[in-house]
Design a protein around this ligand. Structure first.
Ligand code: NAD
Ligand code: KPL
Length: 303
């Protein structure tokens, strides 16, 4: 059974290459005929790992192809997920499974609404990859991916494909808690790095601000039924800040590169969930307003 990877960006390419080189059938779904022509001209994906570049010839099709899909890895940004799934929903074979690799929360529900009755599995990843050219991806940080299904705790048989492909992963019976915890970490770190224009490690200069956000994020998680994800949040935030001290957060990099951020699926989702649960979260709301102003001043969307 072949994997289809929709979104040949950083993480999608990283997954496709590892599956392919382990002999697991995989094909890429590209945005349109123009991207397909560009890929075919290049002829392969390049993976740069520990300074070493390797080429991988992986079959690709445009999103308008009509071949059935049995196993789909949705590897686009959170804000593209709903639209992308609408484009391929009619191609999903009976019993097809969809793995959602988006960061944050909210996009998973948007996809589920469009795929009633389908098994959709959620993933949360700490692997790091970026593109340094067309059809080139750099594997920048070892990490781990947790996969789970809030509707069904039984692991899928294809996890053995990931094992064989050396994609470090763990089946997570409570994937929502993982996604909430990661969202909280991202909300405590990423917007401040954008507003203060700093690396993660430089947040040690803003201890009070980080502590205030962690306190409200703890209230948020508890108020949203995620008490486990709230445990020792502040300690974990400082641990991540220390472990990634030299890095610029993904949101910082998006803003610096003039790219749309995933704010609606991170801080935006947090603020909306807080309102829905009638929680008082003044610091998070103020942070969102400051971020909106910052994005607006740079001509970037607030969503
Ligand atoms: P990316 O921008 O590098 O890749 C996304 C790809 O999806 C792009 O190539 C884009 O053209 C493609 N795409 C979008 N809509 C499409 C459509 N309709 N049809 C075909 N292709 C389409 O993004 P990424 O960095 O790989 O991130 C994907 C998700 O993974 C994000 O939610 C991100 O936050 C998360 N994530 C990324 C990393 C990382 O290191 N890159 C780490 C952890 C989590
Ligand atoms: O995930 C991250 C990101 O930059 O998006 C970390 C490193 C945890 C910072 O929030």
């Amino acid at each position: 059974m072949s994997w289809h990877v929709l979104g040949a960006g950083s993480l999608g390419s990283l997954w496709a290459v590892r599956l392919s080189r382990a002999g697991v059938p995989v094909q890429l779904i590209l945005r349109d005929e123009q991207r397909l022509a560009s890929y075919r001209q290049t002829g392969a994906l390049t993976l740069v790992e520990q300074g070493h570049a390797s080429q991988h010839v992986i079959p690709a099709h445009s999103i308008d192809d009509d071949a059935p899909i049995e196993r789909l890895l949705l590897a686009c940004k959170a804000y593209d997920a709903a639209n992308a799934i609408e484009r391929v929903a009619h191609r999903l074979a009976p019993g097809a499974e969809v793995i959602l690799l988006q960061n944050g929360l909210g996009s998973q529900d948007e996809v589920l609404e469009r795929l009633p009755g389908r098994r959709c599995l959620f993933a949360s990843s700490t692997e790091g990859a970026f593109r340094d050219g067309d059809w080139r991806v750099v594997f920048a940080g070892q990490g781990h991916t947790w996969i789970g299904d809030p509707a069904d705790v039984s692991p899928p048989s294809w996890l053995s494909n990931l094992q064989r492909s050396r994609i470090p992963h763990t089946w997570s019976p409570d994937i929502l808690a993982r996604l909430w915890r990661k969202l909280a970490l991202n909300c405590a770190i990423n917007p401040l790095t954008v507003l203060h224009g700093c690396r993660n490690g430089e947040l040690t200069g803003y201890r009070q601000e980080v502590a205030g956000l962690c306190a409200e994020l703890t209230v948020l998680l508890q108020g949203c039924g995620q008490a486990d994800a709230a445990e020792n949040l502040q300690d974990d935030v400082w641990r991540v800040i220390e472990a990634t001290a030299a890095n610029y957060s993904s949101m910082y990099q998006d803003v610096a590169g003039g790219r749309r951020t995933e704010v609606s699926y991170l801080l935006g989702y947090a603020c909306t969930a807080g309102e829905r649960n009638e929680l008082s979260l003044p610091r998070l709301h103020a942070l969102q307003q400051r971020l909106f102003a910052h994005l607006g001043a740079r001509g970037l969307p607030r969503h």
